[in-house]
Design a protein. Structure first.
Ligand SMILES: [Fe+2]
Ligand SMILES: [Fe+2]
Length: 180
């Protein structure tokens, strides 16, 4: 398997989640009420899976290694855009955290914010994924030798292995009050 294999598999799960969220958004708009536990689940998905696990492998491994290669101006430009899009996604998810907190405190504008931010996120992800899947991942694999690709795939597995421990260590630390 090429290292972009697991990234593309992760894209499929993100797309499925986007579809679920789109359905929930419809419900929120119709009922004029947000399901806070659904939003918490979506936030955890975006932060832990889409950002830490998925964007993490893209940025910390794939883009890091591509940065050492003589990229064409077009690939360089696309990689820069993808990095900026990750920053945008992180900020937007952060805005959803704030809106959800305001909603929990019965802020009257919070529901509108939640709807707007979720709409942005579900519009953003499919486009970002399409750019990577159709215009970036496959051509950039040509910059790497077979050995480099095998090593990258191995590093991806190692990265994933550490995540579950990182995640639950953070959960315990938060509950202990040693970290917020
Ligand atoms: Fe990405
Ligand atoms: Fe991606």
């Amino acid at each position: 398997m090429m290292p972009i294999g697991p990234l593309m598999i992760e894209h499929r799960l993100i797309e499925r989640m986007v579809k679920v969220i789109r359905g929930e958004l419809q419900k929120i708009s119709e009922e004029n009420e947000a399901n806070e536990s659904f939003i918490d689940t979506a936030l955890d998905f975006f932060r832990t899976y889409a950002d830490r696990c998925h964007h993490g492998k893209e940025e910390d491994i794939l883009f890091r290694d591509l940065d050492k290669k003589p990229l064409s101006p077009e690939h360089k430009k696309t990689m820069q855009e993808l990095i900026e899009e990750h920053v945008y996604a992180r900020k937007t998810v952060g805005r959803l955290v704030d809106a959800k907190e305001k909603y929990a405190q019965r802020d009257s504008n919070a529901l509108e914010d939640i709807i707007a931010i979720i709409s942005e996120l579900i519009e953003f992800y499919p486009k970002h994924i399409e750019k990577e899947d159709k215009h970036f991942f496959i051509p950039v694999m040509n910059y790497f030798s077979k050995q480099e690709k095998d090593d990258m795939l191995q590093e991806f597995w190692e990265f994933d292995k550490k995540l579950i421990h990182e995640k639950y260590k953070a959960v315990v630390e938060k509950l202990e009050g040693t970290k917020n």
